[in-house]
Design a protein around this ligand. Sequence first.
Ligand SMILES: Cc1cc2nc3c(=O)[nH]c(=O)nc-3n(C[C@H](O)[C@H](O)[C@H](O)COP(=O)(O)O)c2cc1C
Length: 189
Amino acid sequence: MSDTPFPKTAVTLCGSLRRGSVNEILRRHVSRELRAAGVDVTDLSLGDFEMPIFNEDLEAEHTPEGAGRLAEAFRSHDIVFLATPEYNGGLPPLVVNTIAWLSRQKPSPFRHAVFGIGGVSSGKYGTIWAQSHLRESLTKIGALVVPTLLGVGPDSTAFDADGAPVEPAIKSKVGQMVRELTHFSRGGI
Ligand SMILES: Cc1cc2nc3c(=O)[nH]c(=O)nc-3n(C[C@H](O)[C@H](O)[C@H](O)COP(=O)(O)O)c2cc1C
């Protein structure tokens, strides 16, 4: 359990740059709930951390400035939350590319914060395959991902006009995730 005094800090991100992204709605909702729990939240957009498609040749020549900045944001906050769409039963290229670049930054940006993941999709399975891929990938590179499975779908009926989840079960899962994110800590690891 936590050995870090409040206030904790968080960054929240969305794995879609689409205008009107439903994952951005989820990201905003989780930010609001983290703030309500006393967390100092910084809202980030991956659009502000541009990175070319990863290729080891590029890496040898030049690490994109955005990768270094985002890595530092991960290292300097207690909590990272990422809402991501599911593409073809897996992760969208934006998320895969971001993880590839960050996994090459030193010291590791994945070993300080506690991670929460979730997603919204147009299908009723609500990104469960994407969440499974993401959890496995993050875990393999040393991240501590909290257990709540926050898959939301279908997107057309998921949120009310204020961007809050309609289903009580989803509201309760967000609450559970916020409790996990604020109570678990990497401590000195
Ligand atoms: C290339 C592509 C692949 C997709 N594959 C899936 C999928 O495997 N499962 C799913 O539920 N939705 C899938 N979708 C639909 C997305 O859930 C939907 O477009 C969603 O709105 C994307 O999230 P966003 O609004 O945050 O961009 C796919 C969409 C695209 C563009």
